[in-house]
Design a protein around this ligand. Sequence first.
Ligand code: CP
Length: 305
Amino acid sequence: MPGLLSSAELDRAEIESLMQAASQPTRCSQAKWYGAVVALLFFEQSLRTRVGFESASVRLGAATTSVIASKQSDQMAVPETLDDTVRCLAPYCDVICLRHPDEQVPARVARLVETPVLNCGNGTDEHPTQALVDLLAIHDIRGAIDGTRIALVGDLRHMRSAHSLLVTLARFDGVYVRCVAPAGLGIPERYATAYLRAGNALEHVDVLDLDDTDIVYVAGLPSTVRNGVSIADQERFRIDRAVLERLPSRVRILSPLPRVDEIDSEIDAFPQAGYFRQSALGLAMRMAILERALRDAPSPHCNQP
Ligand code: CP
């Protein structure tokens, strides 16, 4: 199973193996995947995931090809379907990193082609590679995921990173998750159910109650036309200096980023601000994820030094 469509596909052994691989610093100088090609197929904006996978590919010795504007647009002379695009793209590459606003698309693409597909964000559903980055960051802070007490904060209904993280946390023991979201923007039942199957604790609150947690994961609370986030909600759930000063010094603030102003930039210099370190760790984790996919990719690549 070399691709990755959903966090539900990852068992504990696989997560730990990826975290172990991502923790080996010498891997960065290796170029053992020379001749392999990683396709970056992004139908939504991305900085960290797209550039992270691009940089990870280069550091592994693989090349990347980026399909940003294919002939999908009406402005192109001959509009082309997504299905045709990926059928043509797949034989040219060894892994497809795909982000798409439609929830169904990564699974549909994976059924069409043999090339491993990494879901880099599908609508408001999941972002499984981000969850692996998040777990690595939690492990980096605490030395373990077991026993973590974490608050997921923001629009948990729509923020896909929170969904994937919650599902992966189910693989660990003694985890406590507090879902901290405005009324009506709580985490959808299906992700909560996937987490609760493991018997870990879950609580839902609609006020910014962060007491007795180790990690505050700010999933995002952007206001868009569709999602029903009010200015008052954004102010109530913002992490600023006053909030930080009420928390024990051991607490770390994480976020998949980008932020709008869910985290006041005033706290960036505080030791509790872990989100830029988390973002930096994403490179090593994306290298590990790519290697896992490349090892099992069906197409032969030129694996030469
Ligand atoms: N965390 C994350 O997915 O960031 P990007 O949208 O920049 O990829």
